[in-house]
Design a protein around this ligand. Structure first.
Ligand SMILES: [Zn+2]
Ligand SMILES: [Zn+2]
Length: 152
């Protein structure tokens, strides 16, 4: 699949990578339907995010359709339309319980997607802790990519 990848400081490029697969029981694979470009992506490009790992797919703001879920995922199912949270968080540590999920102490916690692990400027993205990181999009919310429709 095509991914937009952080190659090295100052350089992003479209690269081919294998479609992601489930790595943990709490993972989900999401088919990305829309993704945004964020100023934080530019911070990675400019070398201002030391934790960013060269070779990762960028993108941490996206929506899509659940393609596959690990056996421990209960909050979403295959076919659900979802938003993907920028933060990866376990939901169980001290900080998560207080709502400070960006400080999650899990080794994958915090801003992982599109920074330390492959993100969503790609055809598919693996989302760790899918029960925390995915939220269903109501049926009344469309993915309007053009001018607003009057029928809404
Ligand atoms: Zn952002
Ligand atoms: Zn946590």
């Amino acid at each position: 699949m095509l991914t937009y990848t952080y190659i090295e400081q100052g350089k992003f490029a479209l690269t081919e990578k294998p479609k992601p697969t489930l790595q943990n029981d709490t993972d989900a694979i999401v088919k990305v339907t829309l993704a945004s470009i964020c100023t934080s992506d530019l911070h990675i490009k400019h070398g201002s995010v030391p934790r960013a790992v060269p070779g990762i797919t960028v993108g941490h703001e996206m929506v899509g359709i659940v393609e596959e879920v690990g056996p421990a995922v209960t909050s979403v199912k295959v076919g659900d339309r979802v938003t993907v949270n920028v933060e990866t968080f376990c939901g169980e540590c001290f900080f998560c319980k207080k709502g400070f999920v960006n400080n999650c102490t899990d080794k994958h916690g915090g801003w992982a997607l599109g920074c330390r692990i492959d993100g969503g400027q790609a055809e598919y993205v693996r989302v760790p802790y899918a029960d925390q990181g995915l939220n269903k999009i109501p049926d009344t919310v469309t993915e309007c990519t053009g001018p607003a429709k009057k029928s809404l």
